[in-house]
Structure formats: structure tokens, C-alpha cells
Design a protein around this ligand. Structure first.
Ligand code: SAH
Length: 321
């Protein structure tokens, strides 16, 4: 066994031991909590209204925000093996954030194929299929406004054009290259995120796709709220998703950006943009974005254990529920 493989095996073993220990500790805590509650109930000390409130809060949490997020996985062939691995880690972070959110979104992962699917299947016995609030489609998101497997001419003949248009109008492709800025998220709308890790090698890729398919598009209003950051900053899939979750919770873009975008990004950009006029700053920043993306993705370390950890933690939560 190589030194690297031995290190990895030792790390996996430590993680396994830690996990079992934590699981036992958490089970014990749950048990204690139930025992205390039963004791209080028997003594007539339990506040019914507080309990009802807690139940209502849980129900509200289960019903979520109402908006749907599509992760468009159709870029499988454009990524290297490493980028696919990184994307799968980002998907796991996305799912994990959604699972822990006060107001989760319905997640729809479309065009699941190729190496991305192979990678997900290989991890923890295809655990991704059991992710809550998450649907996986082999088909493209265009099934949202048309029926799968039916040629577009038949489709249009069988469904009134006006209905198709209404469905499609509710969809917004999020892309950093859009000239439009999103102001608020709406429960009835569906937002598409490009499930892609490309170190910004494919500039305008999702913008061009949305334009070609006549889908509305918009970028996050970063520049409007964080003056030290460029208007068209390219973020990772899970960052965009987590910003949206935070906005739903707080209805405040500034807070959402501050919470999710790493602080050092603000400093980096300030350095880059220093003493530049606005237009120059935009130019510098768009050149610099490739660099930013690289460091972001370095942060999201490509590591199979990453994804496994999220999946295992999730199973733990499920076992406790
Ligand atoms: N070159 C790719 C960049 C991928 S980044 C492209 O053409 O989109 C991953 C995805 O996150 C993007 O496809 C987009 O959906 C979303 N995204 C990243 N930064 C964003 C921003 N500032 N505003 C809106 N969406 C953004």
C-alpha cells in the first residue's frame, strides 16, 4: 500500500470510529430528552401552547418556501474527471444545506447522465437516490413545460400554446452573465442553476443556453449590495443555492451574501478593484474571476470522503428522526 493510501485508510478508520461514537452520544441525548419530556408531562408542567407552536413550526418547515430549484446537470461531457468529482461534492453540500434549512426548496436535478451519474452511483451504494426533497431526472428540465418523449410538434399540437408559455414564463435561468438582476425570489417560480464546475473556462455558457432556449435569465444582485464585489461574480453551485436559502430565511440579500460568500473574497476583490474606475473594475474582475473560481474550488476539496460524510451524516439524521 502506498503512503498516501495508508494515510487515507487511517483517516477513514478514524472517521468511522468518530461517527460511531457520535451516533451513540446523540442517541443517548435523544433518550434523555424524551425522558425529561415524559417526566414534565407526568408532573403537568408541559406547556401545551409551546408544544403546539413547535409542531406548527415543524409543519411550516416541512412545507418549505414553495419555489423549486433545478440543477441542470447537462454539462457532464464538458468537465474533467476532477471537475465532476468537485461537482458531486458541491451537490452534496447543496443537499446538506437544503436538508438543514428552515425553508427548504424542492430540488430537481435534471439531465442526470454519464460520469456524474456513475460517480453518484459509486458513492455509498447510490445514496443520492434517497435524498429528501430531491428528484432526479434523466430528462432535461424542458419536460417542465412539455411532456417527455413526445416530439415538440406533437406536444404543441396537443397542448395549447398559451399553457406552455405560462409554464415556461415561470422559469428563470440563473447566470452570472445575465444583464438582468433578480430582485426577489417568488414561491411560484422555478430557478435553474447550471450544475457545472469549469473554473470559468466556458464563459457565457449558461447565458447562451438560456437565450437560445428563450428562457428568462438573471444574475444575483451581488454588486448592488456588496460594493466591494463585482456585479458579475461567478460563484459555485452550492454557494448560489445557499444564498437563495438564506434569502428565503431573511429576505435580505446583503445578509445572504455576507453569510455565504467567504470574507476573504471581499478583501481580494477590494485589492483588485483598488483605484479603478467602475468600468475598469468590471473588466479587471471578469479577468480575475477565473482565479477566484480556482481558489473557491480549492476550498471545496475534491475528496470522495466529502460526499460520503454528508451522506452518512444524513443517514444518521434519518435514523434519529
Ligand atoms: N461558466 C459557467 C459558470 C458555472 S458556475 C456558466 O456559464 O454558468 C455554476 C452555476 O452557478 C452557474 O451556471 C449559474 O447557474 C450559477 N451562478 C454562479 N454565479 C452566479 C451569479 N452571480 N448569479 C447567478 N447565478 C450564478
Amino acid at each position: 500500500m502506498s503512503k498516501k493510501a495508508m494515510k487515507k485508510a487511517a483517516k477513514a478508520e478514524r472517521y468511522q470510529a468518530f461517527k460511531l461514537e457520535r451516533r451513540a452520544r446523540e442517541k443517548q441525548m435523544q433518550k434523555e430528552k424524551r425522558r425529561l419530556k415524559a417526566q414534565k408531562r407526568a408532573a403537568g408542567e408541559l406547556d401545551d401552547s409551546a408544544e403546539l407552536e413547535e409542531k406548527a413550526r415543524k409543519r411550516q418547515k416541512m412545507s418549505g418556501f414553495g419555489g423549486k430549484i433545478v440543477l441542470d446537470l447537462s454539462f457532464d461531457k464538458l468537465m474533467s474527471e476532477k471537475e465532476i468529482n468537485s461537482l458531486c461534492s458541491q451537490l452534496a453540500y447543496t443537499y446538506s444545506a437544503n436538508r438543514n434549512a428552515s425553508y427548504p426548496f424542492t430540488l430537481l436535478c435534471t439531465s442526470l447522465n454519464g460520469r456524474t451519474r456513475d460517480r453518484l452511483e459509486a458513492i455509498n451504494d447510490g445514496a443520492y437516490k434517497r435524498w429528501t426533497h430531491t428528484e432526479w431526472w434523466e430528462n432535461s428540465y424542458d419536460c417542465l413545460w412539455s411532456s417527455p418523449g413526445v416530439s415538440s410538434s406533437t406536444r404543441e399540437a396537443s397542448l395549447p400554446q398559451a399553457d406552455l408559455d405560462v409554464q415556461k414564463q415561470k422559469i428563470v435561468y440563473l447566470t452570472a452573465d445575465s444583464g438582468e438582476e433578480i430582485e426577489e425570489l417568488k414561491p411560484g417560480e422555478t430557478y435553474i442553476i447550471g450544475a457545472l464546475v469549469d473554473r470559468n473556462r466556458y464563459k457565457n455558457l449558461t447565458f447562451d443556453k438560456a437565450t437560445k432556449e428563450s428562457i428568462r435569465h438573471a444574475r444575483l444582485p451581488i454588486g448592488k449590495y456588496i460594493s466591494s464585489l463585482p456585479t458579475r461574480k461567478v460563484l459555485t453551485v452550492n454557494q448560489v443555492f445557499e444564498i437563495m436559502l438564506k434569502w428565503v430565511e431573511t429576505r435580505d440579500w446583503e445578509e445572504a451574501f455576507n453569510c455565504i460568500i467567504p470574507k476573504r473574497k471581499f478583501l481580494d476583490s477590494r485589492k483588485k478593484g483598488k483605484d479603478k474606475s467602475l468600468s475598469e473594475k468590471e473588466e479587471v474582475v471578469s479577468e480575475g474571476e477565473g482565479g477566484d473560481i480556482t481558489s473557491d474550488q480549492a476550498e471545496l476539496k475534491i475528496d470522495a470522503e466529502d460526499l460520503e460524510k454528508v451522506v452518512q451524516e444524513d443517514q444518521l439524521l434519518e435514523a434519529q428522526a
